[in-house]
Design a protein around this ligand. Sequence first.
Ligand SMILES: [Zn+2]
Length: 238
Amino acid sequence: MLPELEALLQLQRYDLKLMEAQRKRDEIPRRREALKAALDQAKAAHERAKKDLEHVRHERRAQEKEIEVVQSEGTKLERQLLDVKTNKEYQAMLHEIAALKSKRSDRETVVLEHFEKEEAIVAQAKQAEQRIAEEERKLKAGEAELEREGAALDQAIHSIKVDRDQVRPGIPAPLLARYDRLSGTRDAVAVAEVRKGACGACFKSLTPHAAQEMRRLDAVHQCEACGRILIWTEGSAA
Ligand SMILES: [Zn+2]
């Protein structure tokens, strides 16, 4: 294979490596944001639980106050019962006392339900607190790790660029211009090797004549289907 074609293939390897490193580098801020978002979510869940708890406690206290009112009404009636003169009045008052008792019992049930709700919410809040601690730990560790990864990628990107820039001068200008134009529009794959008598990128078969010519002349062809620069390499005959 001509050295310029070898250089062209090498250039593409570097450019693909560079693209991959750049893609990973660009992901780092998004990954950091995801870690922060998870922490924010945990904090929001904790805030929600605290508010819910406040609400349920407030409702429960209102019910307890109601019970106190009902209870004192009942006590008052029970005292008055002693002074009642007629049987009819007596029966009516007993009836009233029974109604108050039932009202009180209903409220007590509601209070118990509220206590149960409170317990569940307290557990939720505790869980949320644990999650906050966990997410804070993850964020801290993750940020350090992302910092390291970012620095390593910056280093890799720099070194690939140096290698790439060393290869470029070894490629004739017209071929390089074609490569640059194609790599911008073909997913960065501008050069394809012939594989099994076809374009290694889009798999369009070459005519036997074209294949033979490429092999004999070590020439650069253009894939008639995808337009990529087609070259014949050692593996092409397989
Ligand atoms: Zn092709």
